[in-house]
Write a protein that binds this ligand. Structure first.
Ligand SMILES: C[S@@+](CC[C@H](N)C(=O)[O-])C[C@H]1O[C@@H](n2cnc3c(N)ncnc32)[C@H](O)[C@@H]1O
Length: 220
């Protein structure tokens, strides 16, 4: 079993307008958000990010944190599942120019609007079926992505993360640890289909054989 560890602790935090978002998270807005198209990334905030653009301060310190924590060698093979526009991939490549970095994302829009140099390494596909051989990466990262699948498919995705990583993986998923966080998540969520108490996620990891590390996206 992997370790519960916050490897995103250097990622810049911002105060989330949870009540405001709760009022806007209608079924129709969720339907649009779940298409993971232009509206989700670069449309109005009620559909998702409200503008998803590269900023060095987001991932620069975090990729260093991953490299050091997992003691990655300079030619490591790294996969980002749910890579969106390839921002984290790009910062990994800047930090580790010899590394082999690939990404998978379900969004054609994200790939088309990705960092130019990362486009050839982004595969449009689904986390539930990854186009890679068993144990073919030194580190697989999956930030806030597998919870977008319904439970059965989410289980497939966890198995796939385990398969291609051999357990050398880190993921984050929507979760809560108390009732306040639970209520906040219900307001904040636009796209997730599978979200639960942190303890229940741990049971799901055990059930699916996911042995990588993990942490939570908490709405707070
Ligand atoms: C919350 S965003 C996170 C993006 C990026 N990992 C980050 O932290 O900035 C979720 C991403 O998962 C992608 N996604 C959603 N469902 C997916 C699936 N089934 N397989 C692969 N990618 C998926 C979306 O297109 C989106 O880029």
């Amino acid at each position: 079993m992997g370790q519960e560890i916050d490897l995103l602790d250097l990622y810049p935090r911002s105060k989330r307008p949870i009540d405001e978002r709760g009022a806007l998270a209608t079924d129709e807005n969720k339907r649009i958000a779940k298409q993971f198209g232009q509206q989700y990334f670069d449309g109005d905030r009620m559909f998702g990010y409200g503008g998803y653009s590269y900023q060095e301060r987001f991932w620069k310190d975090t990729v260093r944190r991953f490299r050091d924590h997992y003691r990655l060698t300079e030619n490591a093979r790294i996969l980002d599942v749910g890579c969106a526009k390839g921002f984290m991939m790009y910062d990994f490549k800047k930090l580790m120019p010899q590394a082999h970095i690939e990404g998978v994302d379900i969004s054609t829009y994200a790939k088309e609007n990705a960092v130019e140099t990362m486009k050839p390494f982004i595969h449009v596909g689904n986390a539930k079926k990854l186009p890679f051989q068993d144990n073919s990466f030194d580190l697989v990262i999956c930030i806030n992505t597998v919870h977008n699948l319904k439970l059965d498919e989410c289980k497939l995705a966890l198995r796939e993360l385990q398969r291609v990583s051999g357990g050398k993986a880190f993921l984050t998923v929507d979760a809560w640890r108390n009732e306040k966080e639970h209520q906040n998540m219900l307001k904040w969520n636009l796209t997730a289909e599978t979200y639960m108490h942190a303890d229940d996620w741990k049971k799901l990891f055990a059930e699916t054989g996911y042995q990588g590390d993990y942490f939570w996206f908490i709405a707070q």
